[in-house]
Design a protein around this ligand. Structure first.
Ligand SMILES: NC(=O)c1ccc[n+]([C@@H]2O[C@H](COP(=O)([O-])OP(=O)(O)OC[C@H]3O[C@@H](n4cnc5c(N)ncnc54)[C@H](OP(=O)(O)O)[C@@H]3O)[C@@H](O)[C@H]2O)c1
Length: 320
């Protein structure tokens, strides 16, 4: 499939978005292509430790009104997410839970078993959103197209059976999306990619917008790296906000679901306090101008860099 070719139509009506600047709260929702509504702001849990400290962070996020938790099998904290949700007393139907299939679990049988494990760790009987975490995984580099197609057939089956409300992908660039869609019956409803003012992945964003795939921005704060940027600091100061709030607001106004992560309650609170101001078109343009080609944390096609980068990310986070 050529780069400009659109994908097969998704099964349901075209994506309709709420005008982002009118977003009024964390529970405002974007509409996925299959009609499922997703809260625009979630709580990210990468490096949220699987212990009482991590549980406290997730509990605090729920207490602050967040109703969307983003986890993954590779984060090793699905069981903590499950315990906190169970103990919260909040009805299951009011919390949007995303998880991601771990790389070694790609393939038909492994994916089915992994999904069952995820449900049992989370103590739920369905997921709101399940994502293929990475397109190209160790050991399958040369046949990644067939590997994700096989995995996706399981996702389609689980979605049809009602055990997953929406299915999607993560870290898929244009060539990964086209490879998947040309082999799929159901187009992905979501692509979760690294996105922030310093790394905007414009080709992938354009492709998803053209094809009705809802984008989610991971690393919306540049994993903390952008907090000292002078342009971001200046915009923040002019609104009486902090740089983290500007980055979260930027993602939302671009029409992205986002899920900043913090293990500190004051940051969880401030990162969610983004609905009382709006960035102007000029400010969005100034942030757009911060884009770089190499601002990524992990590149989906550069697996050779991963071990070093994962080690660095873990050292920076302070979470073993
Ligand atoms: N699909 C994927 O492959 C993928 C990859 C990575 C992440 N994600 C998802 O996206 C979520 C967010 O991404 P991320 O966690 O990588 O990065 P992020 O949200 O951009 O940044 C998190 C980092 O910034 C710090 N931080 C948080 N709020 C801050 C603030 N207001 N001021 C200054 N520093 C702040 C945090 O430290 P403290 O905890 O100490 O506050 C942490 O080190 C993840 O948690 C995960 O759910 C998905």
């Amino acid at each position: 499939m050529g780069e400009s070719t659109d994908v097969r139509p998704v099964q349901t009506p075209a994506t309709r978005r709420l005008p982002a600047v009118q977003l009024a709260g964390a529970c405002d929702r974007f509409l996925l292509s299959n009609g499922v509504e997703i809260p625009c702001l979630g709580f990210g849990t990468y490096m949220v430790p699987p212990d009482e400290r991590g549980a406290r962070s997730i509990r605090f996020a729920l207490d602050r009104g967040l109703r969307h938790i983003d986890t993954a099998t590779s984060y090793k904290n699905e069981h903590v997410v499950g315990e906190v949700i169970r103990d919260s007393g909040i009805p299951r139907s009011e919390i949007f839970i995303t998880s991601k299939l771990n790389n070694p679990d790609q393939g038909a049988e492994a994916a089915r078993a992994a999904f069952d494990r995820t449900l049992s760790w989370l103590q739920v009987d369905y997921l709101d959103l399940y994502l293929i975490h990475w397109p190209r995984v160790a050991g399958w580099e040369d046949v990644w197209e067939e590997r994700i197609a096989e995995t996706w057939r399981v996702f389609e089956e689980l979605h049809r059976s009602g055990r997953i409300r929406a299915i999607g992908v993560s870290n898929f660039l244009v060539h990964h999306l086209e490879a998947l869609v040309s082999r799929a019956d159901i187009a992905p409803m979501v692509d979760q990619i690294e996105h922030n003012p310093g790394y905007q992945q414009r080709d992938t964003v354009a492709w998803c917008e053209r094809n009705g795939v809802q984008l989610e921005a991971w690393g919306p704060l540049g994993r903390g790296r952008l907090m000292g940027h002078p342009v971001i600091r200046e915009i923040a100061a002019s609104h009486g906000k902090d740089p983290g709030q500007v980055c979260v607001r930027y993602a939302l106004q671009k029409g992205f679901v986002t899920m900043p992560k913090s293990n500190r309650v004051e940051r969880i609170r401030s990162n969610a306090d983004v609905f009382d101001f709006a960035l102007s078109e000029d400010e969005i343009a100034a942030l757009d101008a911060l884009d770089t080609e190499d601002g990524y944390t992990f590149h989906p096609d550069r697996l050779d860099e991963w071990a070093e980068r994962v080690a660095r990310a873990h050292a920076e986070s302070g979470v073993a």
